[in-house]
Design a protein around this ligand. Structure first.
Ligand code: GAR
Length: 194
């Protein structure tokens, strides 16, 4: 059995899509939703699906044992970052080799790195004048947005687009592809493409 912990800091619309997609799956379960923000909407959403939640602060994230002990109850063997804004510490990356994935709302390696999240990304895309943007699903290493790329999908950036309209188009792509891609990774049908 694959038991997933989803880490999210905000709304959790991707987390919701993943939970819905995997509901009733015989071999894959979302067992836990972790947030660094006790007021995050993602926590209420998870509770509405009767999924266990865990709120952590930065010190608990950095502690070598705290999260791993919580994980051992299930036990968790795969981590999905869906709008999680803190850096995953080295010990966690070490414990989950090729078992932590992140979604980034742009075509990495462009528009990634510290501070590049949410609307900051879409504003930078608009200002740069690039003709396309998209999503990147990648393995997580100890640096922001630098792990190997598993999947990308793109959409055009038209002259009339605003950071808000870009955000909307990118989120649509995320909802279309993230859950399916996670399922494919866990079914071992997909590995890094780059
Ligand atoms: C998503 O667009 C995700 O790609 C982005 O945060 C949003 C979360 O939305 N993640 C990053 O920017 C990470 N660098 P959601 O809470 O509605 O799923």
């Amino acid at each position: 059995m694959e038991r997933i912990a989803i880490f999210a800091s905000g709304t959790g619309s991707n987390a919701k899509k993943i939970i819905e997609h995997l509901q009733g799956h015989p071999d894959i379960e979302v067992s836990l939703v972790v947030s660094n923000n006790k007021n995050a909407k993602v926590l209420d959403m998870a509770r509405s699906f009767n999924i266990q939640t865990l709120v952590i602060d930065k010190a608990q994230l950095k502690d070598n044992n705290y999260i791993l002990e919580k994980f051992s109850i299930f036990p968790i063997n795969f981590i999905v970052l869906a709008g999680f804004l803190l850096l995953v510490p080295r010990y966690l990356v070490g414990k989950f080799p090729k078992s932590i994935v992140n979604i980034h709302p742009a075509l990495l390696p462009q528009f990634g790195g510290k501070g590049m999240y949410g609307m900051n990304v879409h504003k930078a895309v608009k200002e740069s004048g690039v003709k396309e943007t998209g999503i990147t699903i990648h393995y997580v290493n100890e640096k922001y947005d630098e792990g190997s790329i598993i999947f990308q999908a793109s959409c055009p950036v038209l002259p009339d687009d605003t950071p808000e309209s870009i955000a909307k188009n990118v989120l649509k792509l995320e909802h279309e592809h993230f859950a399916k891609t996670i399922e494919r990774i866990l079914n071992k049908n997909l590995d890094s493409v780059k």
